[in-house]
Design a protein around this ligand. Structure first.
Ligand code: MTE
Ligand code: MO
Length: 452
């Protein structure tokens, strides 16, 4: 039977099978197949015009009849927001999803709807009228509290473009080596946004807290999302880290010029540039300046590295340092694995991102189409103009790489990046494998084939 491709728009169902080859945006149209086309048209606004609606109308094959689904009042996830259909979930409750690579590298700043989502718990419903951010010191007598309105009106607004990456990004490749525990992230649990809000340093000053006096060692952040036992998501950063990038740590109330969407921490989240995603606490409820690290599960019993011989019988989380700054990484986003290139291609256009933690900018990305025997240097695109010692966002890149002469239909594409400290990516996961599958920054290898 011939495969049909259909989409919906409002209550209409449309068979677009014959239109697909004519679509000016190429195969990206297939991302919307089998569901509503509306969220995609919103993202690519050129579609929102009368001619486009008229064109679509020609393909109508039927209509949807609405039936209402009962809400399960016992489901702790019943208040979770609606997500963009392009996101590829690897768990639904809690919701965890990443965008398709080719859409991700389309933009230096990731559209909010496409930004990867990593939730450990249900999205908390925040009552904004009674919401206050608490700020204090451990053992200190007075805790300050700020409404969202106060934060917006009393303090100068600052913005910073920051890439957030989950420590588990590319875990799936580690699990191919040897079993690991965690969500099977592919290579796009990473996104970039312009975050704006109040500088942490302004807030601390207002509260009369001096982190330079040596009285405290950590800054703890607590979310409003809670597990069934009532403990909140939490994390902390060392004060020594906060001192170095004081003016760039932001208590954000906007993401790309809009209120922070529910999935990404409405109404407030802390943004700590250069640091692993796990510390960038969403739905921020409390900041505590302390002598100690956060005692949350996610600070103490997770997000730490171990050598490849440590297993679940021998692991001792108390002996390992919590991940903070990220290592250098690069990933090929286009073509996607398994892509079949045209039979007469003699070169391939490869696109991706590169990123390093601690503000280290990307100085070079190398790409190979012959399993690492020969390399081309990629052209660094958006992001390459950042201060190389305060580069808080990724660098996008592109390379045109000749295919090897006797490829026999199979080609392995590889990328590897160099950061401003001349850190490089390891060639394989072998030496960096760890039982939680964290921080896989090995050379990114993407198998594609050439049509015969
Ligand atoms: N309160 C809270 N903050 C959180 C989390 C969470 O589950 N709860 N997940 C963390 C992790 S592990 C990551 S990778 C990032 C993901 O941010 P995003 O969902 O906006 O992409 O949020 C971090 N902050
Ligand atoms: Mo994460």
């Amino acid at each position: 039977m011939e495969k049909k491709i259909w989409v919906t728009y409002k209550n209409g169902v449309y068979d677009i099978t014959d239109y697909v080859p004519k679509h000016p945006g190429g195969s990206k149209i297939l991302l919307g197949a089998g569901g509503s086309i509306e969220p995609f048209w919103k993202m690519y606004a050129a579609h929102e015009n009368p001619a486009m609606y008229a064109l679509l109308e020609k393909f109508r094959i039927g209509n949807i009849v609405e039936t209402s689904k009962p809400v399960d009042m016992k489901d702790p996830f019943r208040n979770d927001p609606v997500r963009h259909p392009a996101l590829r979930p690897n768990s639904v409750k809690p919701f965890n999803a990443e965008p398709p690579g080719p859409l991700l590298v389309d933009n230096f700043i990731t559209p909010n709807e496409l930004f990867f989502v990593r939730n450990h718990l249900p999205v908390p419903k925040i009552d904004i009228k009674n919401y206050k951010l608490k700020l204090g010191t451990e053992g200190g007598r007075k805790e300050m509290s700020y409404s969202l309105k106060e934060l917006k009106s009393k303090f100068p607004k600052h913005e910073v473009a920051v890439t957030i990456q989950c420590a588990g990004n590319r875990r799936i490749e580690m699990s191919e080596k040897k079993n690991v525990r965690g969500l099977s992230w592919q290579s796009t649990a990473i996104s970039t946004a312009v975050w704006s809000g109040v500088r942490l340093s302004d807030l601390l000053k207002h509260a009369g807290i001096d982190i330079d006096k040596g009285d405290y060692s950590h800054i703890q952040f607590e979310g409003c999302d809670k597990d069934p036992e009532g403990s909140a998501y939490g994390a902390s950063i060392p004060i020594a880290l906060a001192q170095g990038r004081k003016n760039d740590i932001i208590i954000a109330y906007e993401m790309n010029g809009e209120e922070i969407p529910e999935d990404h921490g409405y109404p407030l989240r802390v943004i700590i540039p250069g640091v692993v995603g796990a510390r960038q606490v969403k739905w921020l409820g409390r900041i505590l300046v302390s002598k100690n690290e956060s005692d949350s599960h996610w600070q103490q019993k997770d997000y730490k590295g171990f050598n490849p011989s440590v297993d679940w019988d021998t692991v001792d989380f108390s002996k390992s340092a919590a991940v903070q700054d990220l290592p250098v990484v690069s990933t090929i986003c286009e073509p996607e694995p398994g892509t079949v290139l045209d039979e007469d291609s003699d070169e391939v256009v490869v696109k991706g991102y590169a990123f390093s933690g601690g503000g280290r900018g990307i100085i070079r990305v190398d790409v190979s189409a012959d399993g690492g025997k020969t390399w081309r240097t990629a052209e660094l695109l958006d992001g390459s103009d950042q201060n190389p010692y305060r580069a808080w966002a990724w660098t996008l890149w592109e390379a045109v790489v000749p295919l090897p002469e006797n490829h026999r239909g199979k080609v392995e594409l590889i990328s590897k990046a160099v950061d401003s400290s001349y850190n490089v990516q390891p060639d394989s996961v072998e030496g960096i494998w760890n039982l939680r599958g964290l921080l896989n920054n090995a050379w990114h290898r993407v198998p594609v084939s050439v049509a015969k």
